[in-house]
Design a protein around this ligand. Structure first.
Ligand code: 9MR
Length: 562
């Protein structure tokens, strides 16, 4: 219950693969035994012994692990510890996460800007188009000779960033990189992956069709005169809790910046690489992307240190802009990512010439402000094709593997038997994306070694996201027996429909509690979550959190269904 989020038995509320690892977490320290029971009959189908009690480093609460991996029968079941302690019902079956993978990609469709979402595709969440974005003003911070004040540009399409209605290049960067990498890592899987979107009947995979909706917007964010890319397209202040079509405030593009431009370059290079295989269906698009990438790269070379600093800009220019800043003060990682993608696109090693790949340092987890690992993943993906120097590829390999080896070290002793949460820092704003991005890193380690221990740990982070965590919530809307019902997401709040838009990943526990909502019931790092739409710090949704969710669920489907 909300009063005691640690009560009971927590599981992935969606379910398990017949051959996969299956773990439940039992609260308390006095449970020597557990049973698995068939949901329909209550018949005992498996008996197990729980692990040694573990003390939660954040709350001091005790938990025990129930491992029933040896039970491999398909069906619907629950775990019982004593007569009053039962887990939610879960399913064991092949392709058990396909629906979650499809829904979390479909989540992007619901975020589409400048278009109607007809009932045929959007079901009861159908809504009229919002934000045509065909008359965008140039903010005073962004005026240039070619685009003086009072210039109006077209910048339609894209996805709403999150619970708000703005469009931010930096955050689109990691989001697109993650989805495009998913396609490059598992292209065959997307031959049969239909999200029921308007483009579903064309000959392009739905994953790419969805990505292209945002790609076409990103292309409009480049100043074609000089190649620089506007940091974001935004209202001066956040809209109220209204539907997209009711939000009519003027919108601006703001200052061009180095981080935005390099993220743009990386996305355009990767898109060009992928889309040239679809030239027949999408004539010219791959070429446009590669031209845009080269132009952006040249701009960044000339403007290597233009950091978007919203507070500083507000001192100089009107109107004040107070929406998401995505201000990044260090762009060395953006250089690495952009250079890696340019190299992989053009096969010209010169792109890496002036760049330090920093493989001697620990690989950082990908976030919107730290994209180095995306560059590593791409370089490793193409190491053979690029005939990469063996020292370079072995350094990159080591870096990616060390990251995962540190993660999995002793994770079985964690209170929820997950790599997620080993470090208190994992519970930051958007912690769900930490879990998902850790899972992706583990799957790259698996790709490099074929060692199943990495897949197990990745799967357990998916278990975390779908319910096996200290809050007991499944963080993907529309999934699980204890669902997030009140995400900080304007359409979900304003549409008058009880269920939130499905397939969106809630940010998850964040002890920062910056929203100051009064409904949190705990301050412990792993419980610091409230399913309340006031909670933009723990219960918003965002495209850069949904993308790794899509990746993790779809990649595990591809791997586990072989
Ligand atoms: O994900 C962002 C997080 O890392 C920052 O700490 C936080 C505060 O600046 O902003 C988050 O991004 C938000 C963005 O600024 C505006 N749209 C909603 C995003 C998710 O909360």
């Amino acid at each position: 219950s909300a009063q005691n989020p640690n009560a009971g038995v927590q599981v992935n509320q969606v379910g398990f693969y017949p051959g996969g690892r299956k773990i439940a977490i039992i609260s308390g320290d006095k449970n020597a035994a557990f049973t698995v029971k068939e949901a329909s009959s209550g018949k005992v189908v498996f008996k197990g012994k729980s692990g040694e009690p573990v003390t939660n480093p954040y709350s001091g609460k005790k938990t025990q692990t129930a491992d029933f991996s040896d039970f491999k029968k398909a069906g619907k079941f629950y775990i019982e510890v004593n007569t009053n302690s039962k887990s939610p019902v879960f399913e064991i079956k092949d392709r058990v996460h396909k629906e979650a993978a499809l829904a979390s990609l479909k989540g992007f469709y619901y975020q589409r800007v400048s278009t109607d979402l007809p009932e045929k595709y959007a079901g009861k969440w159908a809504r009229p188009a919002g934000h045509p974005d065909d008359k965008i003003l140039i903010h005073a911070s962004a005026v240039s000779a070619g685009r003086p004040e009072n210039t109006v540009i077209r910048s339609p399409r894209g996805w709403y960033d999150a619970g708000d209605y703005n469009k931010y290049i930096v955050n689109s960067g990691i989001t697109m990189g993650t989805l495009l990498s998913l396609y490059e890592d598992f292209p065959a899987y997307f031959e049969d992956f239909n999200t029921n979107i308007p483009e579903s009947t064309n000959a392009v995979p739905d994953l790419l069709d969805e990505v292209i909706w945002n790609l076409r917007w990103m292309l409009t964010m480049q100043d074609t005169e000089d190649g620089g890319v506007y940091h974001k397209l935004t209202n001066p202040r956040f809209d109220g809790m209204i539907m997209p079509d009711a939000a009519r405030n003027p919108r601006y593009v703001v200052q061009k910046g180095t981080a935005a431009t390099l993220d743009f370059v990386a996305v355009m290079a990767q898109s060009a690489r992928i889309l040239r295989n679809f030239n027949a269906q999408l004539p010219g698009l791959a070429d446009s992307c590669s031209v845009a990438a080269v132009k952006g790269w040249q701009w960044a070379k000339k403007n290597p240190t233009i950091m978007y600093d919203q507070n500083e800009l507000n001192k100089q220019f009107d109107p004040d802009i107070v929406t998401g800043a995505y201000g990044d003060k260090n762009v060395s990682d953006e250089w690495i990512w952009a250079a890696a993608e340019m190299y992989a696109l053009t096969k010209k090693p010169e792109y890496l010439n002036t760049i330090s790949l920093e493989t001697e340092r620990a690989m950082p987890l990908p976030t919107w402000s730290q994209v180095k690992a995306l560059g590593y993943y791409t370089l490793l993906r193409f190491a053979d094709e690029l005939k990469m120097e063996s020292k370079l590829s072995s350094d990159l390999k080591k870096s990616v593997l060390n990251f995962s080896d540190d993660l999995i070290q002793d994770y079985e002793k964690q209170p929820y038997h997950t790599v997620m949460g080993k470090s208190e820092k994992d519970y930051s704003w958007g912690s769900s994306s930490v879990a998902a991005n850790q899972g992706i890193a583990l799957l790259y380690a698996y790709k490099l070694t074929k060692d199943a221990k990495y897949v197990n740990a990745a799967l357990e982070n998916l278990d975390y996201l779908l319910g096996r965590n200290a809050t007991g919530y499944s963080f993907l809307t529309g999934f699980g027996s204890k669902q997030v019902m009140h995400p900080h997401h304007r359409p979900s709040i304003a549409d008058g429909i009880a269920e939130p838009v499905p397939g969106l990943l809630s940010g998850g526990p964040n002890p920062g509690q910056q929203d100051k909502c009064t409904t949190y019931t705990s301050k412990f790092a792993d419980e610091s979550f409230t399913d309340d739409d006031c909670s933009y710090a723990s219960n918003e949704i965002a495209i850069n959190w949904n993308a790794p969710m899509v990746y993790l669920a779809a990649a595990l489907e591809a791997i586990m269904s072989k």
